[in-house]
Write a protein that binds this ligand. Structure first.
Ligand SMILES: Nc1ncnc2c1ncn2[C@@H]1O[C@H](COP(=O)(O)OP(=O)(O)OP(=O)(O)O)[C@@H](O)[C@H]1O
Ligand SMILES: [Mg+2]
Length: 277
């Protein structure tokens, strides 16, 4: 029963708007999954049901077998840490360090444990230099790391990151990948919502695609990007290399630079052979 499981889940907002319909999904412990799809598809709504912030209006969400409807949000959030799409909706402390220590203090952890966790996540997220700064005095992209650090300090079993790549340069994208590897080594399940397709294909083996309230595909990068109807329906872009290969009319699905280089070298040697014969 371990994992986060959606069983035929729908969600209506209080104004009656249906944002998710009939979702079925299982994320296993230690797994890392990307959720992609058009704006307004219902990704953030689904993410908020994973940590109990929203409860399904139909169907069930189970976290390690526990029905989120039978627990408070605080109880579920202790198992599943959610990093908000907009960090400004999450941060409320006056310094980075206070923000990170807030939840461990709320859990009444021993002082040494709080300090050890804080130092670990500060180093992991590269935030040591701004530990005493007001989070609102640092850049938006760095502020996103403050929210990731604060969630990781709670040592969740699973963590959901909503758009961590938005506005990040390549140095920060490398740090994000390093944190994902660190979490995978420790068996923490991670779900990442993102619009950055290069990040997706280079970081995830499993992609869930959402469009218009539904999950419309679930598979490997090759499986997803070889299906034209999925790309069209969910309005996703191809990763950069995939785009070049597609525009050049190469029929096989190519997503990685090395693949494109191998394909072109092969094509060039065959052309030379033809020329010589
Ligand atoms: N509080 C709310 N009340 C009513 N409708 C809402 C509310 N929050 C979101 N919605 C609507 O629900 C739909 C799904 O929103 P959601 O934020 O889950 O989409 P998303 O896939 O995360 O989009 P994006 O890629 O833009 O972040 C949208 O049409 C949105 O306008
Ligand atoms: Mg969203």
């Amino acid at each position: 029963m371990e994992g986060i499981e959606f069983q035929d889940v729908s969600f209506h907002y209080p104004n009656g708007f249906l944002a998710n319909e009939g979702l079925n999904l299982k994320v296993r412990p230690g797994e890392r999954v990307a959720i992609i799809g058009q704006n307004g598809a219902g990704k953030s709504t689904a993410a908020k049901m994973m940590n109990g912030l929203y409860k399904p209006t139909q169907g069930k969400v189970l976290v390690n077998g526990i029905n989120t409807k039978e627990k408070t949000t605080a109880q579920i959030a202790r198992m599943v840490g959610y990093v908000f799409q907009n960090p400004d909706e999450q941060i409320f402390n006056s310094t980075v360090i206070k923000e990170i220590e807030y939840m461990p203090r709320y859990f009444h952890l021993p002082e040494e444990e709080i300090k050890a966790r804080t130092e670990e996540v500060l180093s992991l997220t590269g935030l040591e230099h701004c530990r005493d700064m007001n989070p609102f005095d640092i850049s938006y992209s760095t502020r996103k790391f403050v929210t990731i650090a604060a969630v990781l300090a709670t040592k969740p079993l699973y963590t959901i990151w909503d758009e961590p790549t938005a506005g990040q340069d390549c140095k920060h994208t490398v740090i994000l990948r390093k944190i994902l590897d660190y979490l995978q080594e420790r068996g923490v399940g991670v779900v990442v919502i993102t619009h950055d397709m290069d990040f997706v294909v280079n970081t995830f083996d499993r992609i869930v695609v959402m469009a218009n309230k539904h999950i419309i595909a679930d598979g490997t990068p090759k499986e997803i990007f070889s299906r034209e109807e999925i790309i069209r329906e969910s309005c996703i872009s191809r990763p950069q290399v995939g785009n070049i290969a597609h525009e050049a009319g190469i029929e096989q699905t190519i997503l990685f630079r090395q693949e494109l280089v191998a394909y072109l070298s092969d094509w060039e040697s065959k052309r030379k052979e033809r020329q010589q014969s």
